[in-house]
Structure formats: C-alpha cells, structure tokens
Write a protein that binds this ligand. Structure first.
Ligand code: HEC
Ligand code: HEC
Length: 344
C-alpha cells in the first residue's frame, strides 16, 4: 500500500477504489510510462547515484527525520514501519521511483502537487542529495554503496600535500606535533585527539575517511572536530592527509598495549553485554581508537551528568540492606560493596 489513507484523503471519506490489473500488465504499463511519459522538467542524471555512500545515506536519514519528512512519509526504522501514514510510503521507494524524479520533486515540490499538503523543507544543495539518495535506496537490496576510500585518489596520495594540509588546518587544534595542544585546544571539550598516540596504520580506513571528510558528527563524535571534505580538496585532500597521518604517527606503545590485551578487534567492546539492541544507525558506528586520559575524563563527566538523574541502587554498609538512591552522592564506601559514587 503506497497511500495508507488513499490518495486524495481530503476529498473523500471513502477509501479509493482503483482499477486493478495483473502484475504482468502493471509492468507493461509501467514500461510504457517509462518510455513515453518523460516529464521534461526532470533532468537525466541530475544525481549521480554511482558515488552515493552509506555515510551520505545516514545523513539523508537524519534530514528525513529532522526536517519532518517522516511526519507524512513512512519508512522502516529498525525493521518497524515508522512515521505518519499520510502521503506515499517510502518502504520500497527505491524500487518504484527514479532518483532523477525524486531529486526534481524534492527541489521544488509545489511544481508538481500544489494541492495536496506537500511540504517544502529548508535543506542545502548537499542535503538535497543526501535525502534524495536516502529515498532512492529504500527497499533496494544490496545497493552498491560507493566506498570513496577505495577510489584512485588513495592509490597515489601526496604526503607533502598532506603535511601542508596538516600544518594549515589540523595543527591549530591537534598541535604541530600531533600532541593535541594547538592554540584552540584549551577551549575545547572534548579535547582534540592526540594524534601522536594513535597507531594510524591500524585504524580502519573507512573510519578515518568519514571522521576527516564528514567530521566528528559523521561518526557519532563531537562536532568540534570539523568536516574537512569541502575545505581541503575533497577525496584527494583527505587521502593525502591520511597518508601523512600514517607516515608520521605510529602510536605510543604503552597505550596501544592496553587495547591489545584483549582479543577483540579495535573498537569492539570486550565485555559481555545483555542490553537492548541499539538503533541501526548507531550499530554501524565503531570507535576503533584506544582510550586516552582526556577522552576518559570527558566520557566520565558525560556519563555522570547523564547518570545523575537516574535511579541507581546503592548499598548502605550500616543498614546492611539495599537502598534505592536517586543520584545521591555517597561519601564513604567499603571495598566489599558496590556503591556508586560520582567522584570516582
Ligand atoms: C505535511 C506532509 C508532508 C511532509 C512533512 C513531507 N511530505 Fe513529501 N509528500 C507529501 C504529499 C501530500 C505528497 C504528494 C503525494 C502525491 O501527490 O502523490 C508528497 C510527495 C513526495 C514525494 C514524491 C513521491 C512520489 O511517490 O512520487 C517525495 C519524493 C517527497 N514527498 C519527499 C519528501 C521529503 C524529502 C520531505 C521532507 C523534507 C517531505 N516529503 C515532507 C506530504 C508531505
Ligand atoms: C577546531 C578544532 C579541530 C581541527 C581544526 C581539527 N580537529 Fe580533528 N578533532 C578535534 C576534536 C575536538 C576531536 C575529538 C572529537 C571527539 O573526541 O569527539 C578530533 C578528533 C580527530 C580525530 C580522531 C577521531 C577519533 O575517533 O578520536 C582525527 C583522526 C582527526 N581529528 C583528524 C583531523 C584532521 C586530519 C584535521 C585537519 C584536516 C583535524 N582533525 C582538524 C578538533 C579539531
């Protein structure tokens, strides 16, 4: 069902009855439409889906949610139909709509349906690409997402150019020698990563690409790490600066050994877990880096800020019974007891 509440829900309280044909006939009609009903307003190859990446689809989904599209068009979120069943559903939109059409429609919706409660979103040109590609890939099995870090730019990186980029753009926060002590660092929380401690050769290339091209927000980290793709020369600039990072920073042995004690791959939690499955977009994210004191400090602060208002179980030594405490500060602990303290 494409229109859950019928097409012109505003004109009729009765569900629409529409002529029905067999699957084969429907396909023949669709073929006829495809070859004979070309809307001249729709430009061919207006969006290049052969370079559409998974990261772009993730941004597209964010736009879809943040710009209310999900208020009227349903999509699948974690296997569940989600959103307002008002206009066309997009569960399988990639199978029935062409990317060029979606792009043209999204560029100016009122050109097509000025009558039917369509919505004009405030989205940038790039955002338009993301949300269009997101809609154009719904329901498409095994869509071949583009992996920019496998492109030719990465076969011949220019390390000298990478070094120049690092000096001009990265050192202001990460420091000239990658110690996280550039002039801007004092005012930042979380602090810029200490590149000198990172064994860049071991970090997955897709992660490095996304965090540098799309910034911290691209990989679930702080937006204080800017997105550089538009500034340093796109793919080539990112390839060059990654080559420089790999050639320059090998990681401090003592921090690397803390991670290598576990057999788990970098970025995978070694603890057994029994928690609810996280939403899909977070499941695709990994942080393959070892932990550093400044990250731990920032994480601890965030954790305790989040944990404060939550009910936590503490055990009182004197009363010898479990006691429920609401984020209360517990001053004294015994080593035998598990007591939550916010200063530890
Ligand atoms: C207030 C409800 C509403 C919101 C919000 C909304 N839409 Fe729509 N959308 C509609 C209606 C109504 C139509 C017209 C359906 C028709 O006439 O076939 C439509 C049609 C479309 C179509 C064409 C679908 C097709 O089958 O050809 C696309 C693509 C689309 N919307 C994308 C978006 C995007 C992207 C957003 C968010 C920026 C969005 N819509 C937000 C109501 C909405
Ligand atoms: C405005 C300050 C700033 C600039 C300029 C900056 N970064 Fe960052 N960068 C950060 C911060 C802050 C973090 C830590 C983000 C976090 O932990 O959430 C970070 C983290 C990183 C990380 C590690 C990501 C991780 O998972 O910990 C890499 C790699 C990185 N930056 C590369 C670069 C490169 C390459 C440049 C230059 C092209 C650059 N940064 C310029 C602030 C900056």
């Amino acid at each position: 069902m494409i229109y859950a509440k019928s097409y012109r829900w505003d004109l009729s309280k009765e569900p629409d009855t529409h002529v029905a044909v067999s699957q084969k006939e429907a396909e023949a009609i669709a073929d006829y439409f495809t070859s004979h009903l070309q809307d001249p307003r729709v430009k061919k190859n207006s969006i290049d889906m052969s370079t559409f990446s998974k990261q772009e689809a993730r941004f597209g989904e964010e736009i879809f949610t943040q710009h209310s599209c999900i208020g009227c068009h349903q999509i699948m979120v974690d296997g569940k139909k989600t959103g307002g069943p008002q206009s066309t559903s997009f569960f399988d939109s990639g199978k029935r709509l062409k990317a060029d059409w979606i792009y043209r429609f999204n560029s100016s919706p009122p050109d097509f349906v000025p009558h039917s409660a369509e919505f004009v979103g405030d989205v940038s040109e790039l955002g338009l690409r993301y949300v269009t590609g997101f809609i154009a890939t719904r329901g498409v099995k095994d869509f071949p997402y583009y992996e920019p870090w496998k492109s030719a730019e990465f076969d011949y990186p220019n390390i000298e150019n990478g070094a120049q980029i690092y000096k001009e753009y990265c050192a202001q926060c990460h420091g000239a020698e990658g110690k996280g002590d550039g002039p801007a660092a004092s005012g930042l929380e979380p602090k810029p990563a200490v590149h000198a401690n990172i064994p860049f050769e071991k970090i997955p290339l897709d992660y490095l690409y996304n965090v540098i091209y799309y910034g911290g927000k691209g990989v679930g980290k702080s937006p204080l790490m800017p997105y550089w793709g538009l500034t340093i020369g796109g793919k080539q600039g990112v390839a060059d600066v990654i080559a420089y990072l790999k050639a320059t920073f090998k990681g401090a042995p003592e921090t690397a050994s803390a991670t290598s004690q576990s057999d788990a791959p970098l970025g995978v939690c070694p603890q057994p877990r029994n928690t609810k499955r996280a939403p899909g977009k977070f499941r695709n994210m990994t942080n393959p880096l070892p932990s550093f004191p400044e990250n731990l400090r920032a994480g601890k602060k965030l954790y305790h800020e989040t944990a404060q208002p939550l009910a936590v179980h503490t055990m009182s030594w004197r009363k010898r019974r479990w006691q429920r405490s609401y984020g209360r500060r517990v001053e004294s602990t015994s080593s035998k007891l598990y007591v939550w303290r916010d200063d530890e």
